[in-house]
Design a protein around this ligand. Structure first.
Ligand code: A3P
Length: 293
């Protein structure tokens, strides 16, 4: 792990990115989607793995049980734009996926999403998480993952987060850009980490209705239990323990899985400044987040 240099961030078409997500750019942009592909889009740390796992189980749990025991989630649901050491390029993994539908993950802001997904009218599931918990989770993720820029320390990272100087750019622009896309593109299911934490069964029902599945109640209950934080944390196929660039001793990928952990990180002053800045940046009153449940 020591040999991998931490990347720097740079402005790329107006968004801060790192080379590990821009080096395969032309191939990613020309990705050929199929109408039944399902794209899972998020700003980093919004619960991508959680929702990916739910969707994977809904589709393939019974069709392909060996998949559950032997293929890590990041191979079942490739990360489209990744091109980093110790990773097969996400675009190549997506091209080679043998499943129907293909489940594909992206952190790209809406303006960078390969056109083919929209032209094919693919189903897109966008997962959003409140800014404060996203910032905390992203900070710890940067500490443990050497393909992320060094977050330095919490107050430095928080400032960078507010200024959009994090990989995949501004959280504010990301969540708002995807929210506004719903007006012109109806095949988006926009969901929230906090809702999933509050009532996983209800959110699974909504996902099923969006993707056109009607599994029996026992299956949905089994999945809701299987994807509880404690269960996914123990599951080597879900907890990223097989990924070489991550040091789980620094901070585990499955870290806390809570709504409101920001309260253990923000000082009173940081919280007040954050709220002030938030009001200026979040102009769309219809997009509302909960920072506690
Ligand atoms: P924390 O760092 O706050 O614990 P992503 O998959 O988008 O990278 O998001 C990772 C975040 O989702 C981490 O948040 C992780 O613990 C949390 N997470 C993953 N699986 C979860 C689950 N089953 N229940 C609750 N939170 C989960």
């Amino acid at each position: 792990m020591d040999q991998i240099p931490r990347p720097t961030i740079f402005e790329f078409h107006g968004v801060f990115m790192s080379k590990y997500f821009t080096e395969n750019w032309d191939n990613v942009q020309s990705f050929v989607a199929r109408p039944d592909d399902i794209l899972i889009a998020t700003y980093p740390k919004a619960g991508t793995t959680w929702v990916s796992y739910i969707l994977d189980l809904l589709h393939f749990e019974q069709v392909c049980p060996e998949r559950m025991a032997s293929i890590p989630i990041h191979e079942r649901v490739p990360f489209l734009e990744i091109s980093a050491p110790f990773h097969t390029k996400g675009k190549d993994l997506a091209d080679q996926l043998p499943t129907t539908p293909r489940l594909i993950k992206t952190h790209l802001p809406i303006q960078f999403v390969p056109k083919s997904f929209l032209e094919q009218n693919c189903r897109i599931i966008y997962v959003a998480r409140n800014a404060k918990d996203s910032a905390v989770s992203y900070f710890h993720f940067g500490r443990m993952n050497c393909i992320q820029p060094d977050p330095v320390d919490w107050s430095t990272f928080l400032q960078d987060f507010k200024e959009g100087k994090t990989v995949f750019g501004s959280w504010y622009d990301h969540v708002t850009g995807w929210w506004e896309k719903k007006k012109s593109y109806s095949n988006i299911h926009y969901m929230f980490y906090e809702d999933l934490a509050e009532d996983t069964g209800r959110e699974i029902d909504q996902l099923c209705s969006f993707i056109g599945l009607s599994p029996p109640a026992e299956k949905k209950e089994r999945i809701a239990t299987g994807v509880k934080f404690e269960n996914m944390k123990q599951d080597k196929m879900a907890n990223y323990s097989t990924v070489k660039v991550m040091d789980h001793k620094v901070s585990p990928f499955m870290r806390k899985g809570k709504v409101g952990d920001w309260k253990n990180h923000f000082t009173v002053a940081q919280n007040e400044e954050f709220d002030e800045d938030y009001k200026k940046k979040m102009k769309n009153p219809t997009l509302k987040f909960r920072t506690e449940i």
